[in-house]
Design a protein around this ligand. Sequence first.
Ligand code: GAL
Length: 310
Amino acid sequence: MLKNGETWYDTEGNTIHAHGGYIINYEGFYYWYGEDRRDNIYVSCYRSKDLKTWEFRNHVLTTNSPTEGFRIKTHLNLTRPNSEGSEVLKVNIERPKVLYNEKTKKFVMWAHYENGVDYHRAAIAIASCDKPDGDFVYHGYINPYGYMSRDCTLFKDDNGDAYFISSSRDNEDMQVYRLAEDYMNVDEHVRTLFQSELREAPAVFKKDGKYFILTSWCTGWAPNQGTYAYSDKIDGRYSINENFGDENTFFSQPAFVLPVEREGVTKYLYFGDRWGGSKEAYFTSTYIVLEIRFDKNGMPYIEYDEKAAL
Ligand code: GAL
């Protein structure tokens, strides 16, 4: 049994490093991508058939990942120079999300890109791969339509349209973009959300035609009160933010929401990061998974359970 907030191990007995992550379901497997800050690694990938047993697959993005330019103007460095000018230091890649593109048959990753020193670069890195767990090819980073872009997520709608949502303007607001057909660029900026509400860590899911966005407030590695807002259209008018979870979201910050079929019904699993609480304690970070329940008005809530809802 996986317990919330405990260290989880893969099938080889190693700690699972998949923070700020995302899960997709592809050909009978769940693939879990997330931050892995060890050594020269940026993003690791694990897979599972039952969400309980996780097999390590690959360090899918590292400082040595292959790079390839495409139709955008960008830089292709996955390292930064040290004081002697050697390209050996890491940049910072956070909250990686991956979607499968049906048209191109590629797995496309979007992740928060930082310069490795502070959080002022605020851009979005893009990478892609022919396989869910192969070596992703890095394509550089962008500031969509000039916006800053920090905590972020991807969401694929039922018709295949995908959206990228991220915190902008020093986290004051959040932007929503529809992606290009191949998911390799933004196609249109469709909405600005939560003006000066300082929301971050977005996680999006759709239920009964409503789009829900879970977010946290902006307190670095320390947990705070989560909220949800909803709309009938992803680029429509949103409700005001209402509380989700307790005053520290059960010591977690949203990573993503995974819809799963159980006994013929769709359940929505809240995956939260329980961060170590500081940069130094980052490697002690763990995860919590709780089933999202819905009240009589269809509004989401979570209750704490020490058992992960997997
Ligand atoms: C959090 C953010 C994390 C990470 C952290 C750094 O607010 O959600 O992804 O960037 O700040 O302090």
